[in-house]
Design a protein around this ligand. Structure first.
Ligand code: CUA
Length: 221
């Protein structure tokens, strides 16, 4: 079971790439095996007349049909991969309509990269701000506005298969919906200085009621 909608999206893309790669692989090896057997060397074998030789300019071999077939097949496969990728990336980059223009049931969190920690501030209640721990409720849409206070960082949640640059003066928005409570690792993916490798945080996905209790309690502190 996927841990979030983002992992689901990643898996479906991965499945598409693998599916096409397996088809191409099977066809490729089948054709190669066929040629290996069909054109194996026999006593009667002789080089074709247009075989390249050192002492003459090679004649034009003109395999236009083979070139066309390979080109068209490659384009079709790449077309599927490009269309699939852009469709999914488009989903990740566009905050769902239920969160706009008013947040509705969506939880907005401002994520700021610092040398060398992550700061999380809940946009709908900015008194709640934490370092290196991001608590979110399960099965709710979470919108993350990611930026940096100093140098370039890159905010990534490994298991959720989601990542975006944290750049000073700019806000990159990503969103996600967690499906399974638990702890997940958040990590910086951009070399940002001597503490880069230590720049980790924990994503805590909580049951909705427990989260709400925590959220309300933190707000009145
Ligand atoms: Cu921040 Cu690497």
């Amino acid at each position: 079971m996927p841990v979030s909608n983002t992992q689901e999206i990643f898996n479906s893309l991965f499945g598409l790439f693998t599916f096409l790669a397996v088809i191409v692989g099977v066809i490729f090896f089948a054709v190669m095996a066929y040629f290996l057997i069909k054109y194996r060397e026999r006593a009667s074998s002789a080089d074709p007349g247009d075989t390249p030789r050192l002492d003459r300019v090679p004649p034009h071999r003109g395999h236009l049909r083979s070139v066309a077939i390979v080109l068209i097949l490659s384009s079709v496969i790449l077309g599927f991969l490009i269309a699939g990728t852009f469709t999914q990336v488009d989903v990740l980059l566009n905050v769902p309509a239920e969160c706009k223009p008013t947040p509705g049931d969506c939880l907005y969190v401002n994520v700021t990269g610092h040398q060398f920690y992550w700061q999380f501030t809940y946009a709908q209640n900015s008194t709640i701000t934490y370092r290196d721990v991001l608590r979110i409720p399960v099965n709710r849409t979470i919108v993350l506005n990611v930026t940096s206070a100093d140098v370039f960082h890159d905010f990534g949640i490994i298991d959720f298969k989601i990542k975006t640059d944290a750049i000073p003066g700019r806000t990159n928005t990503i969103w996600l919906k967690p499906y399974l409570p638990g702890n997940y690792t958040i990590q910086c993916y951009e070399l940002c200085g001597a503490g880069h490798s230590r720049m980790k945080a924990t994503l805590v996905v909580m049951q909705q009621s427990i989260f709400q209790e925590w959220y309300d309690g933190s707000g009145t502190r």
